[in-house]
Design a protein around this ligand. Structure first.
Ligand SMILES: NC(=O)c1ccc[n+]([C@@H]2O[C@H](COP(=O)([O-])OP(=O)(O)OC[C@H]3O[C@@H](n4cnc5c(N)ncnc54)[C@H](O)[C@@H]3O)[C@@H](O)[C@H]2O)c1
Length: 298
């Protein structure tokens, strides 16, 4: 009898274990499905700096959300490869165009492509940027100017032409990818920080100009994406040299600065891109939103 009872309770336990596994699977499935909310279905989007890194991740996420996307970048070969990879999954929703954001006629041609393909534009993600670090007292002025040219003048040129196209449809969301360095000075990184601080002033001013035309302008300020090519291929080396420590020590130093004790992931930024691109953020403009695991509080 005792044995029968324990057998029954064992079967009961097993059944509840199976039920809880099913529940976990169902929750996982729903969580995956809910990443495509349908809020961006059919929207027309451009992403600059989309050949690699965060730009590529944003383009992929917007496609997953049902957008049509033009990928734009300076690196022609890499851009073509990335576009082909995305075309194999999303077909005709993917186009691409070589564009140097510092060259006004390139930027105009990019908007022209959007207008010819789609007769308008809903979302522009201005993500292209460069970074040269170094001590201010030794910084080569030409290198400093180059950073401002790409990160700030490039943003202005993209705004100038994208906002015009969006205003024609009296609707649109311009999303500037900024940085936590747009709000707080960055050690031996003055050109980048200055360009990003300037970006926030530019975004706020554009938001004021465009509000009555139904076009919103916001900025996203991510924390350090330590697994991105920018860090892996370049920043770990630059900072190790500038700060006189090893690359592993640089990584640990930047993790230690984050209250949530992890690197910023592409998905953390993409989630906010989707929100800002959608009508769910329709009462938000001129904002610069941190995605930093709380790092700016430190
Ligand atoms: N990686 C990070 O830790 C981090 C943190 C905060 C903010 N950000 C911001 O995120 C954005 C993307 O950074 P990432 O890490 O993916 O960098 P990345 O260097 O991997 O990618 C930048 C892309 O921009 C392109 N690009 C550069 N100059 C261009 C130009 N003149 N015209 C067109 N395209 C150009 C490059 O070819 C490249 O494909 C940048 O705005 C950067 O400031 C990055």
């Amino acid at each position: 009898m005792k044995e029968q009872k324990s057998e029954k309770s064992e079967i009961g336990n097993r059944k509840s274990e199976i039920a809880s596994h099913r529940l976990v699977r169902l929750r996982r499935k729903n969580r995956k499905a809910s990443t495509n909310s349908g809020a961006l279905l059919g929207r027309r989007a451009i992403v600059t700096g989309a050949a690699q890194g965060l730009g590529e991740a944003i383009a992929a996420r917007l496609l997953h959300e049902g957008c049509r996307v033009i990928l734009a970048d300076l690196q022609e070969k890499q851009l073509e490869q990335t576009a082909q990879k995305l075309q194999s999954e999303y077909g005709k929703s993917v186009s691409y165009k070589r564009c140097d954001v510092t060259n006004e006629s390139d930027v105009e041609a990019l908007m022209q492509q959007a207008d010819e393909e789609w007769q308008g534009l809903d979302v522009f993600v201005a993500n292209a940027a460069i970074l040269f670090s170094g001590a201010l007292v030794e910084f080569e002025a030409a290198k400093w100017r180059k950073v401002i040219e790409v990160n700030l003048v490039g943003q202005m040129l993209c705004m100038k032409h994208a906002l015009k196209l969006m205003a024609r449809g009296r609707n649109g969301s311009f999303i500037q990818i900024n940085s936590k360095s747009g709000k707080k000075g960055s050690y031996k990184n003055s050109a980048y920080a200055a360009s990003k601080f300037g970006g926030i002033g530019l975004a706020q001013s554009a938001a004021l100009e465009m509000a009555e035309q139904g076009v919103r302008v916001n900025a996203i300020c991510p924390g350090n994406m330590l697994d991105s090519p920018l860090w892996v291929d370049s920043l770990f080396k630059q900072y190790a040299r500038n700060q006189g420590i090893t690359e592993a020590e640089v990584r640990q130093k930047y993790i230690d600065q984050v209250p949530m004790k992890r690197s910023c992931a592409y998905e953390d930024v993409c989630n906010l891109v989707v929100f800002l691109a959608s009508d769910q953020s329709s009462y938000m403009t001129g904002q610069a939103i941190n995605v930093t695991g709380g790092q700016e509080m430190r």
